[in-house]
Design a protein around this ligand. Sequence first.
Ligand code: SF4
Ligand code: SF4
Ligand code: SF4
Length: 482
Amino acid sequence: MKRKVYNEVIYDEQTPLLNVPELVDNKTSNTVCFKSKAKDMEPINLPTERVPDWQNKAVELFGEMLDKYKGLRLFMDSCVRCGSCSDKCHYFLGTGDPKNMPVSRQELMRSVYRKYFTMQGKIFKNSKDCVAFDDNILKDWFTYFYQCSECRRCCVFCPQGIDTAEVTMAAREIMARLGVGTKYVTEVVHKVYTTGNNLGIWAPAWIDNCKFLEEELIEETGLKIPLPVDVNGAEVLLVPPSADNFVNTNTMLGYAKMFYAAGVSWTTSTFCNEGGNFGMFLNYHNYKTINNRILKAARDLNVKYILWGECGHAWRAGYMTRTLSGSMDFLTVKYPKHVCQFTNEMIKKGAFKLDKTANDHLKVTYHDPCNVARATTGMLEPPRDIIRATCNNFKEMHPDTTREKTFCCGGGGGMLADELMSMRMAGSKPRCMAVKATGANYLATPCAICKANFGESLKFWDTGAVVGGVHDLLSNALILNH
Ligand code: SF4
Ligand code: SF4
Ligand code: SF4
């Protein structure tokens, strides 16, 4: 088989870079999100249809954001078109579409900026570098700012420090306030306000499922290991991604066993059983409102501290809690903490007996979720330390694709929608090829969305690996006292 190296990643020549024909449905193009519905926009405080005089409104909103976020103006002014970012985006590498080069994505916003907010735009009104905010540019914004997972990889390579994720967020904010959102993201945000979580699971179903998982644990271990819900005065409030309770249940079982072995009381909350925050993929108002719910749940349940579960963007949002939602001083641990940090501290203290050979059937590699690796600090080593403590066979991926240089899974940033399946598979290619090169049969990652996309893409790119959580490995290795 012919192989080539492209952007430090080995590709099989036989797998096309330009498209993923197996999944393309010509009727729907498979590259543009479905539009939001009025029934979801109204409850989340956004216009149900395109606002009147929307072009002028868009320029007004853009001006408002430039005044408020000085970094955005800096990003608009400081690109020197060096091209360093151009081949760093997984969506460009997977699709070959030049508009998916980060510099081109930024240009969609920068060209409008020049037209309305620079001298160039005022003097050279017909310059092709200065673009009016019209239907065509709005279509491009809707397409390409929803083909960016806000992963920030390109930013690592930009000599000017320009963060395309911030540009994408600003564009999505403007579109949302014009009444232009995506069906998937707005539906999920709406579900959080009605049920407390992204999946739309009502409280009785959440409680039932916790009981069901407790029975599974009795069957597996012979022990009554609780998955407590709404327990007032528990030590820890765990905010997992809701998917852990229904889809990635081995991860949820891992948390339960870990708390049991550590002797720490914990609870989930039916008011807020979701760490994920799709507001981050839509606009600031919803980002902040969703995050506020976590502090409210912690106050209502009188817990001592909050632990965020295995979810990449949940941790990015959670990490911002004190900026977004205010003081955490009412807690014993007054800052955001991730469950992997907590578990790792327990391991280091010697709180657990572990049998690594329980994972000997696995050849493990680790995916740094981009939101964990690049948008926060202190979380590069704890998941690796847990893996090393629980597995004998651990192999890192190529260093140019790990830690702060990690590739996004291809399904983040509000792009896990069914209609974007071909984009998701194309975008996952750099990561999947790096997994394949390790020969691993288990890809560990602390992110529910990564797990959802890899569930499809590891098969699509024929890697021979399955995906799972970090606490799944702990769950296998823990020796529990009877
Ligand atoms: S932030 Fe990530 S997805 Fe967006 S352009 Fe940069 S590399 Fe691509
Ligand atoms: S790396 Fe930075 S300065 Fe260079 S083209 Fe990309 S955004 Fe512009
Ligand atoms: S799903 Fe995972 S890799 Fe993809 S954007 Fe989110 S955290 Fe990053």
